[in-house]
Ligand binder design. Sequence first.
Ligand code: SF4
Ligand code: SF4
Ligand code: SF4
Length: 217
Amino acid sequence: MILAPLGCTSVKEETTDSNKPRYGMVFDQNKCVGCGECKEACNKANNLPEGKSRMLLEQQSGGVEGQVCPHCGKSSCDCQRKYVRVSCQQCQNAPCVTVCPTGAAHRDPETGIVTMDASKCAGCKYCIAACPYDARYINKETDVADNCDFCLHSKLAKGELPACVQQCRYDALIFGDLNDPNSYVSRLLAVKDAVRIKAHFGTEPSLRYIPVVKLGV
Ligand code: SF4
Ligand code: SF4
Ligand code: SF4
């Protein structure tokens, strides 16, 4: 039995015709222990103000209806806690980019990653209202909207992986080019059941989630 994050849709990997990369990230719910080190690494790498973050870890309640935990015997317990990464989904059809009147929220022409040009942001919050994933916020120190851009400027530009991926000691985060059939992320998704969150909105998110598998259920 698969415990999927809420609002998820199974997906067969699609590739675009473009020769350009399409960067994506996989969050493996089976491996995440909820340590929060990815979030701390993100805040540090991207110099975010206190109390704001480009990503959250949402805790899902433990237990499966009608079942007791094999470890403690309770129907709902801490030992079965699971986590879901909540962050920008790097939509291929990104409403935040469509509604932005100034071009501040835009797609990087080289990588296709949805990112920000801080110098153009008017702070109108249209992009925040348009994002169906509640993944954007205004940085109070700069009055500029912000989203997870896979550390485009802080890490990828230097040839490094996103800070969260580098930090995770449990291999719960995998990053790479979904358009490259030989990339690790593509080969992983070819053999694992993965889902996208709120795919019915038609935004074509680039994050994939490998949900918890309960063996023997
Ligand atoms: S660092 Fe890895 S294991 Fe820890 S919360 Fe983040 S994704 Fe989960
Ligand atoms: S998840 Fe929200 S912020 Fe990220 S690309 Fe999609 S609409 Fe934009
Ligand atoms: S807050 Fe900034 S990025 Fe968002 S829509 Fe307004 S100008 Fe564009």
